[in-house]
Ligand binder design. Structure first.
Ligand code: PLP
Length: 445
């Protein structure tokens, strides 16, 4: 606690008066940036990146002195999480796009997607020509197995389950249901690298799982992602799709000899520089998520009995990676007031940071905030895939607000704090003090 930056509390009265009403704020220094992996970038990243640069070999498949960074990343990833196959790719969005095509999904097929996710989950489905069908969430903020069951139609071929905001929901139930109904299960683990349920890492429940290493994620290479699966022939398809549509020979050259694997590639290979960054970050992932989990649960446990404040249901706290604290307030008005008051208390990041906000400000994480979905936009003049004859079953699908009651309610009365991976104990105590101070006034009246 740097005392020189802290306002002195003159009396308990001014300390109790909310900063938003002219009182003394709990703190005035901004909270640290919320980018979990980026805050841990150091000598290890520098060393691996440097070796790629010195070797003049930034391409993964061949080069004068290939350093095999992406190969090592994939290998260590499989060892860490128990996957059979892992493939580094250019982004999480590319990973999803590859997953959809690897499962042969297209016109006439429906993919069930939760209403709280990220725009990429929908765009991957739509670009493949399939139709997204929305499924509501439950108090885990992830897909509700109950609503999932109700939303399955004869057109449904796959479920895209998204482990939101650092932790999975009822993924075991969802995996069991998919198995029973003969549906493919894709896990989008972009926001939950390193998470688990009952000791089973995310990505091990479905047919394919995807990850992202964009700046906001638990580990980062700036851009990057991973596709994992257990099945050998599915993986061959994934490899061809992420590249130019064909497998490669042992020397890294394109192989057009097998008629089995001749597809249309996505051009989403991972390069060696992001590979090097991601490799160094993977080795630090337990430290990054451990720091966030500890800070988050210290805050959450301290605030457990706060009247008017409830928290997201985390199925297995030990497997939570901790980057977000999701809260529910009694109503939309109180959520707005709560967050405004917290910000005034100094619970805020640098300008541009999304450290403390209402869930109504959470953009394209909500289905109804995705204009391309609500208005059924197309990348081509013919309106594909919405106008495709095989998709006529979906003509009356409505993606506007009102489609999913729980999502809509949480969007209105929810709030979040991002938990930086470098919060100090003083930061944590300030957050607890500020929430208690604000809750006493804003939530109990
Ligand atoms: C970030 C994210 C993606 C997309 O990852 P990019 O690497 O930015 O393309 C996909 N799904 C979810 C849930 C995400 O949070």
């Amino acid at each position: 606690m740097k005392t020189e930056n802290r306002p002195t509390k003159k009396s308990s009265e001014t300390a109790a008066l909310l900063a938003i009403e002219g009182g003394v704020p709990v703190r005035t220094t901004p909270l640290p940036w919320e980018f979990p992996g980026a805050s841990f970038i150091g000598e290890e990243e520098l060393e691996l990146v440097t070796s790629v640069v010195r070797a003049h070999s930034p391409f993964r498949f061949y080069g004068p002195q290939a350093q095999h960074m992406v190969d090592m990343l994939e290998h260590e990833w499989c060892v860490a999480f128990g996957h059979k196959h892992a493939l580094g790719v250019a982004s999480g969005t590319a990973a999803l796009t590859i997953a959809i095509s690897a499962l042969n999904l297209g016109p006439g097929d429906e993919v069930l997607v939760p209403g709280y996710m990220w725009v990429s989950c929908v765009s991957a489905v739509v670009r493949a020509g399939a139709i997204p069908r929305l499924v509501d969430i439950d108090d885990t903020f992830c897909m509700s197995p109950v609503d999932l069951k109700a939303k399955i139609t004869p057109r449904t071929r796959a479920v895209l389950c998204v482990h939101m905001s650092g932790a999975p929901g009822h993924i075991k139930e969802i995996a069991a249901l998919c198995k029973k109904k003969g549906l493919f299960l894709i896990e989008d683990c972009a926001q939950a690298a390193g998470a688990s349920v009952d000791g089973i890492p995310v990505g091990r429940f479905g047919d394919i799982a995807t990850f992202s290493f964009q700046l906001n994620k638990n580990m980062t290479s700036g851009e990057g992602g991973m596709v994992v699966c257990q099945d050998e022939s599915l993986f061959r398809r994934i490899v061809a799709l992420h590249d130019l549509g064909y497998p490669r020979t042992a020397t890294g050259r394109l192989d057009t000899s097998s008629e089995k694997d001749q597809l249309w590639g996505m051009g989403a290979r991972m390069a060696e520089l992001p590979g090097a960054l991601a490799l160094a970050q993977l080795r630090k992932l337990p430290a990054i998520t451990g720091a966030m989990r500890k800070a988050k649960w210290t805050i959450r446990n301290a605030l457990a009995q706060t009247p008017g404040l409830t928290f997201r249901n985390i199925v297995d706290p030990a497997g939570d990676t901790g980057p977000f604290l999701l809260m529910l307030l009694p109503d939309a008005h109180k959520a707005r007031r709560f967050i405004d008051a917290l910000r005034a208390e100094g619970i805020a990041g640098q300008p541009g940071s999304l450290a403390c906000l209402t869930l109504s400000e959470w953009g394209m994480h909500w289905y109804s905030n995705i204009p391309s979905l609500v208005h059924k936009r197309s990348n081509s003049r013919d309106g594909f895939p919405w106008t495709h004859p095989d998709n006529a079953f979906a003509l009356d699908y409505d993606f506007g607000k009102g489609a999913l009651p729980v999502c809509d309610e949480y969007q209105d009365r929810g709030a979040l704090l991002t938990i930086a991976s470098t919060l100090t104990i003083e930061d944590v105590l300030d957050i607890i003090a500020a929430v208690r101070k604000v809750a006493r006034v804003v939530l109990v009246s």
